[in-house]
Design a binder for this molecule. Sequence first.
Ligand SMILES: O=c1[nH]c(=O)c2[nH]c(=O)[nH]c2[nH]1
Length: 313
Amino acid sequence: MTDILTNPVETTATDSGIVLGANQYGKAEVRVVKITRDSERHEIDDLNVTSQLHGDFEAAHLEGDNGHVVATDTQKNTIFSFSRDGIGTPEAFLLRLSDHFTSSFDWVSGGRWEAEKYEWERIQVDGEGHDHSFVRKGQETRTAYVLADGDERHVVQGLKGLTVLKSTEAGFVGYPKDRYTSLQETTDRILSTDVTARWRFAEGSRDLDFDAIYADVKRILLEEFTRRYSAALQTTMFDMGRAVLEAHPEIAEIRMSMPNKHHFLVDLSPYQLDNPGEVFFASDRSYGLIEASVTREGSDPALKVWQSATAFC
Ligand SMILES: O=c1[nH]c(=O)c2[nH]c(=O)[nH]c2[nH]1
């Protein structure tokens, strides 16, 4: 079985020799909120789910024949209907959707399913968490991704928007200087970033405690950010990834994308003030963009997973 996004698709050429290439379709960003209300104490699951099918959809593209087109509306309704009896972890929910679509329609060979999970916590009233009133937790957004390719299942867990800052114990020295270099070396700077990270489990990983792994990976990422003097964001990012892989043998690879959110010391001398590393201009652009995959020696790079996990074009 080969994935439709990474292999040329055999399609019938039109009279002009034009062929259909890789394709996928589905419903994007289905916002589903599930309230579990089997007791006075309600629970809330809040997801943004995208479903896209891979398979034989040539006739729809070439001939206007929708015989194979499981409507995007049907995909949306399936997401809501599957929520009725509980969502569970986003990863388990996406695996369930992938199994449903690949087993229900012969021509659906696989697909991609994505979720963002928005966390809520109970509003505290007189020191007690309220039964049915919640406030959004905003630290980061949890992400989940499943690629189905025939019987294969690839699960990728992640987070985005985890903003961190350390106010010292970071520097940047020893870089090459040329006629365009104006950056001053420093051994004491602010290091700040918005962590986007995605970690891939070995193919076929289904029965893991995805909630516990998520919480632990987030803990490790945060702890490693603090742990050592940062010689560069690159070093800190690699340390964060290495620590995750060392602690979690079930994770095959972690990819990270981190903007270097520059904080420039403001010159207060025109106002007869010193500025011993206390007042900064927080620049929102331009920013350094530091990205890497951290993986295990000799492991399969699983490029088709990453290729399909990101934007189609
Ligand atoms: O941590 C850093 N990495 C860089 O590659 C870089 N480049 C730069 O100008 N400042 C920094 N900081």
